[in-house]
Design a protein around this ligand. Sequence first.
Ligand code: ASP
Length: 341
Amino acid sequence: MKISKLFAIILISLFTLNVAAQQKKYVMVIHGGAGTILKKNMTPEKEAAYIAVLTKALQAGYAQIKKGKTSLDAVEATIHVLEDDPHFNAGKGAVFTHEGKNEMDAAIMDGKTLMAGAVAGVTTIKNPISAARAVMEKSEHVMMVGAGADQFAKEAGLEIVDPKYFWTQERWDGLQQAIKEDSTKAVLDHGSKKSDLLGIKNHDYKFGTVGCVALDQAGNLAAGTSTGGMTNKKYGRVGDAPIIGAGTYCNNETAGISCTGWGEFYIRNVVAKTISDLMEYKSLSVVEASKIALDKVGKMGGDGGLIALDRKGNIAMPFNTEGMYRGAITVDGKIEVSIYK
Ligand code: ASP
């Protein structure tokens, strides 16, 4: 072989290697809620604690994928870690309703079969994401709410706890603050928009939902979301998280998506399914589609963010708040975790 030909082959190989290195392939992406998350309001200890839990959650899901388990197993294992940690608004650490109760919502979806399961307004299930999965796998329904959903989870053998398990001082204080701020706003602000009167904008103690999308070795996607909803919400209020197509959606042909933020806006914009549709019918990338859907939320006055992962391992993690707890892990186990803009 001529020297010049050999040289050309080496150059092409180096270029190909470089492109491959640049196109990172992710197998999981997670969020722990979006909101007014500013570095100046965070202590180093608190920041380290958040990073540690997000890392632990990614490792838990990644271990499932490495073992050859399904993306559903990875999503469930990851969300368990976040639900069991009081830093996040899901499971232990769920925010309070106006009446001082913890009413939780969760959903999970299988991108291969388009099967989905969801629970809303549950009060006794330690890990609502598992209840969502049980609805998907052990019932002929997609969504169950309230006492019926709690009962179903018990019959499915899931861990049931006293509602007191979900009580935390920080969330209780958040409720008192929200009640005070919301009533002051309502009195002062007669002429303002409904959104201002509700006073539920830009308070990180209101948000903190968790979500995960995973891609397993068989190439199947799954997405899940779990939340306590929004602080000071009215009895029976259901957010976007358990609504398939709004806060959670997954399709192997497009992407898995989990949203966080002011749920009413995500429901009205059917955000997660819109992203999937933009990819399916307009051939947009996961990044382009996610941006368009979130911009729509922002234009209407809603705030929050989302995570998305397509079957090729590309991710998007846009948000229009000051921060969003988020992280991702590559196929070779490299962890990336961020909080601020
Ligand atoms: N989206 C959730 C809800 O509206 C709240 C959040 O993401 O923090 O219930």
